[in-house]
Design a protein around this ligand. Structure first.
Ligand SMILES: [Fe+2]
Ligand SMILES: [Fe+2]
Ligand SMILES: [Fe+2]
Length: 326
């Protein structure tokens, strides 16, 4: 993460927002990936802020959601400044041990807290951006304390050597697992694609809000699919990751950084075929999975995507119908 010491002009403001956004996208991934690489309901800690004992995995997911909202705030400010926010990210890493993932999380929290708290805004320039960054930094201080307590608790309880999940080779051979990997990757891409269009149309608030709602649905699907992969003996993948000699997986491109479409029609036209693709994959997956909780969950995602497809067809038709829309 680059450090931006002084913010005196528009260029500096864009720089610090961009550096911050690349961090926030990365950790919004990294925490979800770290959480879904460890067991559910097995390692607990006493949260130092909330004052209750809770599951390390569940809280790591919650912190990941905070990071998505940080990214959202930064991206909307960049958009208001006339820019199109990118989805470029800092490096995303998964280590072979759960404890090393948590240590990495603590370290990135400290780095970004320093970025937000030490930037000097010259002569009261960009007061709202300055205030936003300070407000985000208080979440980062909390996250840092939470991760630190998780680390101390796991170490203290002799769980320092617990391994991150590895996919079982026989699980990876199964057609439903192959499909679920494809669906998990695509849900994540579609969640960010909808977010991109919500930024593109952020001034048209009702359209922006509709697209944002679909983005949240897809994030939930991404999250649930990641949990299902674990139940099937696999584990969420990091896109474009390379394995290092220390066993860590590292990626500088865990999601696409740009999406097609620059105006209303060209953007909306991409969404119906995207929903169709998701629907077709879910239909295949539902047919392969035995009746039960997992099939019910997949059917629920399928149903929501059919709802999205219906809505997107109408949004496109309505955009074509009304003259003078930009
Ligand atoms: Fe953050
Ligand atoms: Fe954070
Ligand atoms: Fe959808």
């Amino acid at each position: 993460m680059e450090k931006v010491m002084t913010v005196a002009n528009r260029e500096d403001a864009i720089k610090i927002l961009t550096v911050a956004l690349e961090h926030e996208w990365a950790v919004s991934f990294e925490y979800i990936i770290h959480a879904y690489s460890m067991p559910k309901g097995k390692y607990f800690y006493q949260d130092p802020i909330m004052g209750f004992r809770t599951d390390i995995r569940a809280q790591t997911i919650q912190i990941g959601i905070d990071e998505m909202y940080h990214a959202q705030q930064l991206a909307l400010v960049l958009r208001r400044m006339g820019l199109l926010p990118s989805f470029k990210t800092d490096e995303v890493i998964r280590f072979p041990r759960v404890l090393d993932n948590l240590k990495r999380d603590k370290q990135t929290e400290d780095l970004v807290t320093d970025l937000y708290q030490s930037a000097r805004f010259v002569e009261g320039s960009f007061p709202e951006i300055h205030n936003m960054l300070l407000n985000i930094s208080c979440d980062e201080v909390r996250h840092g304390r939470q991760f630190q307590t998780m680390i101390e608790t796991m170490t203290g309880e002799g769980a320092g050597d617990v391994s991150s999940f590895k996919p079982a080779p026989q699980a990876e051979q199964k057609e439903e697992v192959r499909l679920l990997h494809e669906l998990t990757r695509l849900e994540n891409e579609v969640a960010h694609r909808y977010l991109y269009y919500s930024y593109l149309f952020s001034e048209h608030q009702d359209l922006g809000a509709r697209l944002f709602k679909n983005s949240i649905d897809h994030m939930r699907h991404w999250d649930k699919n990641s949990g299902m992969l674990v139940k099937l003996g696999s584990v969420i993948r990091i896109e474009n990751a390379e394995i290092q000699p220390d066993g860590s997986e590292r990626s500088l491109k865990p999601m696409p950084d740009i999406y097609p479409g620059t105006d209303r029609l060209s953007a909306l036209e991409t969404l119906v075929p995207t929903e169709d693709r998701l629907i077709a994959l879910y239909e295949k997956a539902v047919a392969l999975v035995a009746a039960g909780e997992m099939r019910d969950q997949l059917n629920f995602h399928l149903a929501q995507n059919r709802e999205h497809r219906f809505t997107q067809e109408w949004l496109l038709a309505n955009a074509r119908r009304v003259p003078n829309l930009k």
